[in-house]
Design a protein around this ligand. Sequence first.
Ligand SMILES: Nc1ncnc2c1ncn2[C@@H]1O[C@H](COP(=O)(O)OP(=O)(O)OP(=O)(O)O)[C@@H](O)[C@H]1O
Ligand SMILES: [Mg+2]
Length: 231
Amino acid sequence: MKEDNEYIQNIMNEVAHQWRQPLSHINSIVFSIDSILYENGIKNKEIEKKLNEIESITKHMSKTIDDLNNKSMENDDTIFLVNVFDEITTLISSRLEKERIKLIIDVDKSISIQSNTRTLLQAIINILHNSIDALLERNIFNAYIKINVSKTEKDISIKIIDNGGGITENTMRKIFDKDYTTKHSTEGSGVGLHMTKEIIEKHLQADLNVYNIDCGVCFEINFKSSTLDEI
Ligand SMILES: Nc1ncnc2c1ncn2[C@@H]1O[C@H](COP(=O)(O)OP(=O)(O)OP(=O)(O)O)[C@@H](O)[C@H]1O
Ligand SMILES: [Mg+2]
């Protein structure tokens, strides 16, 4: 357990280190594009919108890096899940729009938990990117991802459902294994869900499960009662 945590922390530090420089490079490129547009008197709402999106994505990545370096992976905030999903929507809307994938989120405004926003956000984004990958790879017509949050007295469950065709039995057995991937080495490394499960179970004190449904997959995150907010 201790070695596992150290192992995760080492990966986190490595990722943080590797990201810093390219991130500041991206920011300076956005700044140059902004300046070029301004100097040439070009006003284009679409380009401005896209540049703002890049800025909000790099801002999110920088915040994540700060969190990783501060080792702030404890359960320390009261999080309203609706806010987490708003931020997630902003971060991935551009990819979803481009690929014509519908995102349907059903969450009650009043639902909150005691947890760490950035860690939860990162875990959910990893799951969403896999769904998007599956929808694209299989060229699904009317592609969608549905997120449903339900609360009982005892627990809160977040379900992330896609219609991407599901997971084979063989993949299902190894899906959380480190380095297991069905993607080409340029598209995936097989670390995503391994890390996501570790983060959810060890740092967020929740459970992560996956199962096939009619036309796709459901990833389910369950928060145990100790992490729920008493309101
Ligand atoms: N929603 C999904 N639908 C179908 N298959 C999925 C889905 N989510 C995950 N998988 C399968 O599980 C495998 C492991 O996922 P994981 O996120 O760990 O690695 P990856 O996406 O291949 O690479 P990366 O480390 O870059 O995320 C994927 O390669 C894919 O085959
Ligand atoms: Mg992945």
